[in-house]
Design a protein around this ligand. Structure first.
Ligand code: ZDP
Length: 336
């Protein structure tokens, strides 16, 4: 039964039958206190309130995320298994990832953690951090005028301190920090650890590609092509992602330089597959374009879901400007 499959995935069970748990068993196993999830009414004592957990759905140019208010505790309220179930577009809410708004650390206002739709945890997420900034403003009462614009948040991520700024026109401008160019730090074995990877050959799907690698906290491999529309992304993407020269796997971008100030991009994301947009990917691609002498330091990057403005400033920091849109709020409840 499809319902059972969804439920069992969220419980991390490999069996095909619904598991019968008491409320306290379930709470302990799921580790989310009163926010426990993933159980049907049948699974808990009938007199108890069904367990639900609130979420808000956002997207940045169609790169969509489930946002969770996790400010009360330092650990995400969902396991990576549960994130997989929530992101499932048929058996769950549907999203490219789950983002947790956690208490700040190292002097930051908040901490962001993200799980990809395959449950893996990336270091950073450009579209996601724009969504997070809007979500935080909402939690802080922006609709009552409690957040004066422009407003900048300092967000701790596994990729370092990132600063999204909410602007008066509704766009979010993010200081994405400095790009990481050394092979050992990206990481890739395509060059010596302290060398850059600019226009280097790599064999994928029995073909040699000239690639440039850049990390924006998370790793990206960029290939310039004549026409992005002709690239068989679903076929090539996973083969780039799992090429052994990328020990932490890789996000893969194909870029068409329409003009030096206008790039077209298609992306295969590590842990999420084809997405409509990728903020860190757009930043990495502009940096790669500059390193290859193909584009200006300030350009529009057109993605299938819309466009981002990217600038590699003279202080070596990359600035990304784009939208983030709330779509709906809901409660996860498998009994409904
Ligand atoms: O590095 C990775 O594993 C990515 N899948 C993380 C998500 C990146 C994202 N698409 C972005 O906009 O930077 C959210």
């Amino acid at each position: 039964m499809p319902e059972n499959r969804g439920r069992c995935r969220s419980l991390g069970s490999s069996g095909s039958n619904v598991q019968t748990l008491t409320f306290s068993d379930a709470t302990a196993r799921l580790g989310c206190g009163d926010g426990g999830i993933g159980l049907s009414k049948m699974d808990i004592e009938p007199s108890r309130t069904p367990m639900t957990l609130q979420f808000t759905k956002y997207h940045g140019l169609g790169n969509d995320f489930i946002l969770i208010d996790n400010r009360h505790q330092a650990d995400p309220v969902l396991s990576q298994e549960q994130a997989i179930a929530w992101c499932d577009r048929n058996f769950g809410i549907g999203a490219d990832g789950v983002i947790f708004a956690l208490p700040g650390q190292n002097g930051a206002d908040y901490t962001m953690r993200i799980f990809n739709s395959d449950g893996s945890e990336p270091e950073m997420c450009g579209n996601g951090i724009r969504c997070l900034a809007k979500f935080l403003a909402e939690l802080e009462g922006a609709d009552r005028g409690a957040v004066a614009l422009p407003h900048t948040y300092k967000i701790h991520t596994l990729g370092g301190l990132i600063a999204p700024q909410l602007q008066a026109d509704g766009q979010v401008k993010v200081d994405m920090g400095e790009p990481i160019l050394l092979a050992g730090q990206i990481p890739t074995t395509l060059a010596a650890a302290t060398d850059k990877v600019v226009n280097q050959p790599v064999v994928v799907a029995d073909q040699s590609w000239q690639v440039t690698c850049v990390s924006m906290g998370n790793p990206h491999c960029i290939t310039f092509v004549e026409d992005v529309a002709t690239i068989p992304l679903a076929e090539l993407g996973p083969q780039f992602e799992h090429q052994s020269v990328f020990p932490k796997r890789i996000n893969t971008e194909f870029i068409q330089v329409v003009r030096p100030d206008y790039l077209k991009m298609r992306v295969w994301e590590r842990g999420a597959g084809i997405t409509l947009a990728c903020g860190t990917g757009a930043c990495a691609s502009l940096v790669a374009g500059v390193l290859n002498g193909k584009c200006d330091r300030h350009a529009t990057v057109e993605l299938p879901g819309g466009s981002l403005e990217i600038q590699w400033a003279t202080d070596n920091r990359v600035l990304m400007t784009g939208p983030a849109q709330k779509v709906f709020t809901g409660r996860w409840a498998t009994d409904s």
